[in-house]
Design a protein around this ligand. Structure first.
Ligand SMILES: [Zn+2]
Length: 236
């Protein structure tokens, strides 16, 4: 069920035990991927998983926190504190509307900390349960070996976007910038500038729609399983 498309009569009657909230970004992804890639992918995953589980799909949050790619035209960087408070409000409103569990499906690394803060705060202030998943890290891990050169707008993300909406990818503009990420989480403009010299990491030229379809199917199955397991654990 798609929340924004439901009428009030239907919303009153619908099963509100579980909802999925996709969160993404409007951010430069090399030259070949749409700026909304990080939003389109979790929205697609959420809709497919909802078909399998009966979860409600909440409207996607398209704007995210994008420090690393801020210098590139096409990146809209929302202040982390604003994003944190905004997501916290949405989660608390979900609870007030009768939703018991929200699975926040994040599509963008820079959002991770604000989302975690919002989840902690909303769960402590209300009876809402919240799970936060970074889809590219937490789901579909059985298919990660398909990609020899993953990264931001790299082989895996480009393959996923080809699978989800081929018409939005200009594969002739796909680039390659293979880098080694630091082993520790470091906040550093100097490192970001080196890693994201062309707003792309990995080799997008290796992407294929077929690999993307395999990855997306595994991700959707994993998410459906997480939701079913949580329904049992929370008895909802
Ligand atoms: Zn991305």
């Amino acid at each position: 069920m798609i929340l924004k498309d439901m009428n009030g009569f239907d919303f009153e009657k619908v099963d509100k035990s579980v909802a999925i909230l996709p969160v993404g970004s409007i951010e430069r992804h090399g030259d070949h991927l749409p700026l909304g890639t990080d939003s389109e992918l979790p929205e697609h995953i959420a809709r497919r998983a909802a078909d399998l589980t009966g979860a409600i799909v909440m409207p996607t949050i398209f704007y995210g926190s994008c420090h690393a790619m801020r210098g590139f035209p096409g990146t809209f960087d929302i202040d982390s504190e604003v994003l944190f408070k905004y997501i916290e409000c949405i989660l608390e409103e979900a609870w007030r509307n009768g939703i018991k569990l929200v699975v926040v499906l994040n599509g963008h690394g820079g959002n991770a900390t604000p989302i975690q803060m919002a989840a902690r705060q909303a769960a402590s202030r209300t009876g809402l349960s919240v799970v936060v998943l970074d889809w590219w890290k937490d789901l579909g891990n059985s298919k990660k070996s398909l990609f020899s050169s993953p990264g931001h707008a790299g082989e895996d993300e480009t393959s996923a976007m080809l699978a989800v909406d081929e018409g939005k990818v200009n594969i002739y503009l796909a680039g390659r910038h293979e880098v080694t990420y630091p082993e520790v989480k470091i906040y550093s403009k100097k490192i970001d500038e080196r890693l994201y010299e062309i707003a792309l990491t990995g080799d997008a030229k290796k992407a294929t729609k077929e690999k993307g379809e395999e990855l997306m199917s595994a991700v959707v199955e994993d998410l459906a399983k997480v939701i079913e397991d949580l329904r049992k654990a929370l008895e909802i």
